[in-house]
Design a protein around this ligand. Structure first.
Ligand code: AMP
Ligand code: MG
Length: 340
């Protein structure tokens, strides 16, 4: 079984507002984009049949994006760009073009800590294998030459990877995008309240609320070292919330934990922190920035959060046998630590 499915869906506790009595909850779970997905619609007016159809349309939207953005096949839009690396300029959809541009803008803001051209390294580390190995130093050195967002060339609707062997991997941002699109589909169909959770990338849509100012749901943040336990909780309204952690897609060798978030400067997993949770206005931003801050590490990561308008964050790291954490200023008084 894929190890991403091993963990239960993190509970989201609804803090129902008094004005909205008799809200029905319709929820279904499935798998997509190599992880679990749950879509929940809260409504007092829709019938169960209609709610089911709405949830189906949200799942369909997520699968449409998966088909476009996966790098596991050569036939997706991303696959075609990757196959053409060093050879072909590829015309892509406006949607993918825009997401790639957004990705590169985060690379520029983080001096390359976030880089969707990290694909060759992610492939070499092969964290989904049943017996993952540490790639040799010489292999990492060689693959580092193929990583570099500056070698992704944009030309109106076309994309070209300048070097043979380059690979785009949207693992750090595509799930957030899919969550935003799924929420958009629900909104377009008149849904006033819903929560989409795609492997820990959450989209909370609750009409008339905003982020930490008007909370409707309590999000439990996973404990990075105790499976099935929670580190703490945050109360939020309409927002995107994403956690990046070193406990997913990982293996331990010689007492060292190797995991799927790679520092493009070294070719090795980013080692400074255990997890980063970002709260933003949308799930795409939260997804990208939780990965970006993870790579930057404790101090630079917290500086980045403080300097970036519209986001807040929680950074958790190991200190000897215990875990320590830091909240960005806007989360002070809004985070409740669990007793583990
Ligand atoms: P997330 O779980 O959102 O933090 O994303 C992690 C995934 O993003 C990994 O499994 C890789 O597919 C990809 N990735 C790893 N390192 C980076 C990086 N430095 N920048 C962008 N994407 C990355
Ligand atoms: Mg991410």
């Amino acid at each position: 079984m894929n190890r991403w499915f091993a963990m239960a869906v993190p509970p989201i506790l609804l803090l129902l507002s008094c004005s909205r009595h008799e809200v029905h909850r319709y929820s279904r779970e499935s798998t997509a984009m190599d992880t679990y997905v749950s879509v929940t619609v809260y409504d007092s007016e829709v019938s169960p049949q209609r709610a089911n159809a709405l949830i189906d349309s949200a799942f369909a939207e997520i699968r449409r994006i998966e088909k476009m953005m996966t790098d596991y096949t050569d036939t997706s839009e991303v696959g075609i760009i990757n196959v053409g690396a060093g050879k072909d300029t590829v015309t892509v959809s406006e949607e993918l073009f825009a997401l790639l541009k957004t990705s590169v803008s985060y690379s520029e803001k983080s001096n390359g800590a976030f880089d969707v051209s990290v694909g060759p390294l992610v492939k070499a580390w092969d964290f989904l294998s049943s017996e993952p190995e540490i790639p040799s130093k010489s292999k990492i050195r060689m693959l580092l030459q193929l990583v570099g967002y500056r070698n992704i060339v944009f030309d109106s609707t076309k994309v070209f990877l300048q070097e043979r062997g380059m690979r785009i991997d949207l693992g750090a941002i595509a799930k957030g995008h899919a969550v935003d699109r799924a929420i958009e589909v629900l909104k377009r169909n008149g849904v006033k309240s819903s929560i989409v959770d795609l492997g820990g990338n959450l989209g909370i849509w609750w009409e008339g609320t905003h982020s930490l100012e008007s909370p409707v749901a309590e999000i439990l943040v996973r404990h990075p070292r105790k499976e099935g336990k929670f580190f703490g909780a945050l109360k939020v309204g309409t927002s995107g919330v994403s956690t990046s952690g070193d406990y997913q897609r990982c293996f331990i060798k010689g007492g060292v934990r190797y995991h799927h978030i790679i520092n493009p400067a070294t070719g090795y997993p980013a080692m400074d922190v255990g997890s980063v949770t970002i709260i933003a206005d949308d799930a795409t931003t939260a997804d990208a920035l939780s990965t970006l801050v993870f790579v930057l590490g404790r101090e630079k990561g917290m500086d980045f959060i403080r300097k970036t308008k519209g986001i807040e964050g929680l950074i958790v790291w190991e200190e000897g046998d215990t875990l320590n954490y830091e909240l960005s200023p806007g989360l002070e008084g809004k985070f409740r630590r669990s007793d583990d």
